[in-house]
Design a protein around this ligand. Structure first.
Ligand SMILES: [Zn+2]
Ligand SMILES: [Zn+2]
Ligand SMILES: [Zn+2]
Ligand SMILES: [Zn+2]
Ligand SMILES: [Zn+2]
Ligand SMILES: [Zn+2]
Ligand SMILES: [Zn+2]
Length: 221
């Protein structure tokens, strides 16, 4: 408190700030939206939202973000899956959601409206007596070797493709050799959680090529 003000009191002039010493009070602010023009105090109303952030006071909210999207790969059920990752260019929030697929040109082609990721989604059906599947929509073929080695396929599809190749003695020599030497193509298929203190849990891996199951036990502590 300035010396004069301490003797005769502040000079408020109907404002929040003393014109003599600069002292402030929580009264008679000159609000310009959420911020006082004179003392810079802020309040939680009348913000000036630019998407998720107030340009006057910097407060953020979890809505109306300004997402920029790009495709990313995530691991789901042991298979790689392409997803849409959005990063807000204002507050940095990151979300990962399914693509917003729109038909794109060819019969089985799709493009994500947000990140432009393009992919093909065929309706493959088995062809009896052949080591291949054919798309019922566009007629594209793919053989079981391709499915077996495709990281983006589910564990079940890859495993069954390998079993069909095995039945036809068509598993490549290099993969047979690796499996024989315990260098499997392992995929996580199951993970259990410890049910109680000191209980055991495990993570289970199965080789898509030969079907060998490996469990990593965790005996808790
Ligand atoms: Zn004063
Ligand atoms: Zn003020
Ligand atoms: Zn504000
Ligand atoms: Zn944001
Ligand atoms: Zn996308
Ligand atoms: Zn197709
Ligand atoms: Zn194996």
């Amino acid at each position: 408190m300035g010396t004069i003000c301490s003797v005769i009191g502040h000079k408020w002039n109907n404002s929040c700030t003393c014109s003599r010493c600069g002292n402030t009070r929580d009264l008679n602010h000159s609000w310009n939206g959420c911020r006082c023009r004179i003392c810079n105090k802020t309040r939680d109303e009348q913000h000036n939202w630019d998407h998720c952030r107030c340009t006057k006071c910097g407060k953020t909210r979890d809505e109306d973000h300004y997402f920029i999207y790009k495709p990313v790969y995530t691991e789901k059920d042991g298979a790689k899956k392409s997803m849409c990752e959005g990063t807000c260019r204002i507050c940095g929030k990151v979300i990962v959601i399914e693509h917003d697929d729109q038909p794109a040109g060819g019969k089985c082609s799709f493009r994500c409206k947000r990140c432009n990721y393009t992919h093909e989604d065929h309706d493959f059906k088995e062809v009896p007596g052949r080591c291949a599947e054919v798309c019922s929509v566009c007629g594209e073929e793919r053989d079981y070797m391709k499915i077996a080695l495709d990281d983006s396929e589910s564990f079940e599809k890859r495993r069954s493709a390998f079993m069909k190749l095995d039945a036809a003695s068509m598993i490549p020599e290099s993969i047979r050799t690796n499996c024989a030497e315990d260098k499997h193509i392992l995929k996580q298929t199951k993970a259990t959680r410890q049910q109680f203190q000191g209980g055991t849990s495990y993570t289970e891996y199965i080789c898509v090529a030969c079907g060998k199951t490996i469990r990593e036990m965790d005996y808790g502590n």
